[in-house]
Design a protein around this ligand. Structure first.
Ligand SMILES: C[S@@+](CC[C@H](N)C(=O)[O-])C[C@H]1O[C@@H](n2cnc3c(N)ncnc32)[C@H](O)[C@@H]1O
Length: 369
């Protein structure tokens, strides 16, 4: 089997390494999970950079795992490659005997291996059976979705997951066509979509079938449901100082990531208490300022990076979080005092909500670059 090394450029590789390094480079053995191993580009770089790190690589695609195994053969004594959906992470860690981890990376979506495979049905530009399952050992195929879903369900999938303006028209065309004969090929589906979209709209926004194919892929693989469960479970497994990095390529993936992190970086205690109540403080801090975007050079070198959004966070030491709260409260009181009549200029205080170290989880926080 070829390694396919030249066909895949890991997205935002240097930034991912930089963000993970403080967690993985700590003394002694550290444990890193690559939740979306793919062709193991990120995983290989992590193993090279951190000789004492054990890697647990997950992928639901057996073909990707086989390629990753070849690529990572020289690290065989410190890798575990597992056929699993990433929401199965807690069970995988239990089975392997790792109660906690130091780093985790999610590089969501499809791999170039899947997109380029002539027989997997992910690509609208190639004719193939309408499969689109990342795990070909289980689950429903895109052919089953297209030929069995009701009009409202098809339209919802296309509108929500594909952000397709013509979802209703495309769903109607699919229903009409399948009454004549089942739709079984990616080329036939791509053609149907093209015919359903008004001519002027066909000329903008890339290939007319792009959004429909993306939507079907997300539906077939239940991508968002798996992510919604996986993110909190992964955060729960991180040690103090442990770090998570997520690369999303779809607005809904990014929104789920933002929500999962916001829940952890926010204090749940009463705002006016001078100290954090036990268990109510933020448990993570953001490492990215909002969602980080790729630079122009990265997109030029790697078109797959064009839509990427990076978010990252680090687990806090609970004592440090309590101390942070005390400092914030002192700061708030100082600002409040400055705004009292006769105690200073009202314009001179900063908005306490953007105080340094505030754990309220706004988009503007983070370590930045
Ligand atoms: C973008 S690729 C990862 C590329 C990888 N970072 C690299 O450098 O080669 C995404 C991979 O995640 C896998 N994947 C997607 N969703 C998954 C899930 N829910 N559970 C496990 N693997 C998943 C896909 O099969 C694919 O191989």
């Amino acid at each position: 089997m070829g390694e396919l090394r030249g066909t895949h450029v890991p997205v935002l590789l240097e930034r991912c390494l930089e963000l993970l390094a403080p967690a993985l480079g700590r003394p002694g053995r550290t444990v890193h999970v690559d939740a979306t191993l793919g062709l193991a580009g990120h995983a290989e770089a992590v193993l090279e950079a951190h000789p004492d790190t054990v890697l647990i690589g997950l992928d639901r695609d057996t073909e990707a795992l086989a390629h990753a195994r070849v690529r990572l053969a020289r690290f065989a004594d410190r890798i575990h490659l597992e056929h699993a959906v990433y929401d199965e992470l807690p069970e995988v860690l239990d089975r392997l005997g790792y109660p906690a981890i130091d780093g985790i990376l999610f590089d969501l979506g499809v791999s170039s291996l899947q997109l380029d495979a002539p027989d997997r049905g992910f690509a609208y530009a190639q004719d193939a059976p309408l499969d689109m399952r990342m795990d070909q050992t289980r689950g429903v195929t895109a052919e089953e979705v297209v030929n069995t879903y009701s009009h409202p369900d098809l339209a919802r999938v296309l509108r929500v997951y594909g952000e397709e303006k013509f979802a209703g028209k495309i769903a109607s065309a699919i229903i009409r066509e399948r009454e004549r004969a089942p739709i079984t090929s990616s080329a036939r589906l791509a053609e149907l979509v093209r015919e359903s979209i008004p001519a002027p709209a066909r000329r903008t926004g890339g290939h007319p079938a792009k959004r429909t194919f993306q939507a079907l892929r997300i539906e077939v693989n239940r991508e968002l449901a798996a992510l919604e469960t996986a993110l909190p479970a992964a955060l729960d497994k991180l040690t103090v100082g442990g770090r998570m990095v997520v690369l999303s390529y779809h607005s809904l993936e990014d929104r789920l990531t933002k929500q999962a992190l916001a829940d952890r970086v926010r204090s749940k205690g009463p705002v006016d208490l001078p100290v954090e109540l036990p268990g109510s403080g933020p448990t993570f801090r953001l490492l990215s300022r909002g969602a980080e975007l790729p630079g122009e050079a990265e997109v030029a070198a790697n078109p797959r990076a064009a839509s990427v959004r990076l978010r990252a966070a680090e687990r806090l030491d609970p004592e440090a979080a309590r101390q942070g709260r005390t400092d914030r409260e002192r700061y708030r009181r100082r600002v409040k005092a400055m705004h009292q009549p006769g105690t200073g200029s009202p314009g001179s205080g900063k908005d306490p909500r953007s105080a340094p170290g505030d754990g309220n989880g706004t988009d503007e926080e983070g370590e930045g670059t």
